[in-house]
Design a protein around this ligand. Structure first.
Ligand SMILES: *[C@@H]1O[C@H](CO)[C@@H](O)[C@H](O)[C@H]1NC(C)=O
Length: 294
């Protein structure tokens, strides 16, 4: 009797294993293509994550591809992130076009040249490129019915971003803010928060600005961008270093700001700035036998 049971068990064992294997492969595939289920068994649907739009102005320089690679390696790990790369150029460069094609995440590649008269030290940079990103976003969404979930932030290509930052900004209702490391001549700057509200700014430079915050220190909901169609970065009347403040003034108030990163006590983004490279030994004329993109 015992041996009969045992032989039955042996007979069933391979089948059991096959079923387990099938279940395993099915569940490992689930995130890519959820199996079609009959409606009565459907799991409760979680609302889709709001997309994050990262607007990155970029310009040609020796470290450009290295910086973009570092950013792509971060952004690729963020769910539902759409990268809007805006080149400061009269046309799309081959380097960035090739890069975007292989970046492995949803990208939109735009370009707009900065007028020559604005290319001077002491003048704000990337104004036209950020506005081109905003215009693209508005154009893409203006004919769609609200509510349109989504969050936008300005991701300069010389910063370092923690993955946690994206979790924080994802829940932005209107405008959210957080600390930024290695900026303004200090180890960090941050919005000062009391009872869950922003009441001031810890900053080394012009704390009297209405929003004394770096470009890397805030995110805006798509709904706010769409319902303030005229809000842009301004050249005219904007003093150097006032870009962020002038922009935020158009769309929100300090009282409305949503503090993130543990009531603005955690640094999740750093204004790292890559050192200027030394190309002192670069030959005047191309000497190598191959042409290499760097
Ligand atoms: C932020 O501060 C408010 C008010 O003190 C508190 O209710 C809230 O839990 C805090 N949030 C976090 C994430 O610590």
């Amino acid at each position: 009797m015992k041996s009969l049971l045992f032989s039955r068990f042996l007979l069933l064992l391979p089948w059991g294993l096959i079923v387990i294997l099938l279940l395993e492969t099915d569940s490992s595939r689930a995130p890519l293509a959820p199996p079609a289920r009959p409606p009565q068994q459907a799991a409760p649907r979680r609302p889709a994550l709001p997309p994050i739009y990262a607007i990155t102005p970029t310009y040609s320089r020796p470290v450009q591809k290295a910086e973009l690679t570092r950013l792509a390696n971060t952004f690729r790990q963020v769910a539902r992130l759409h990268w809007v790369l805006v080149e400061d150029a009269a046309r799309r460069s081959e380097l960035v076009s090739r890069f975007v094609a292989r970046a492995g995440l949803p990208c939109t590649h735009l370009h707009v040249p900065t007028p020559r008269r604005y290319k001077r030290p002491g003048l704000p940079r990337a104004t036209e490129q950020r506005n081109a990103g905003l215009a693209w976003l508005r154009q893409r969404h203006q004919h769609l019915p609200p509510p349109q979930p989504g969050v936008l932030f300005f991701a300069d290509d010389d910063n370092t971003y923690s993955l946690e930052l994206f979790e924080e900004m994802r829940t932005t209702r209107k405008v959210s803010v957080w600390p930024v490391g290695l900026v303004g001549g200090r180890r960090y700057e941050r919005p000062v928060v009391e009872n869950g509200k922003v009441v001031g700014w810890y900053t080394g430079w012009r704390a009297d600005r209405p929003f004394a915050i770096d470009m890397a220190g805030f995110a805006v909901s798509l709904q706010v961008i769409l319902s303030n169609p005229k809000a842009v970065f301004k050249r005219r009347g904007s003093q150097p270093g006032m870009q962020e403040s002038d922009f935020l003034k158009q769309i929100t108030t300090v009282e409305e700001l949503e503090p993130k990163a543990n009531n603005c006590t955690k640094v999740l983004v750093w204004h790292t700035r890559t050192e200027k490279v030394n190309l002192g030994n670069e030959p005047k004329y191309h000497l190598d036998t191959v042409k290499i993109e760097v």
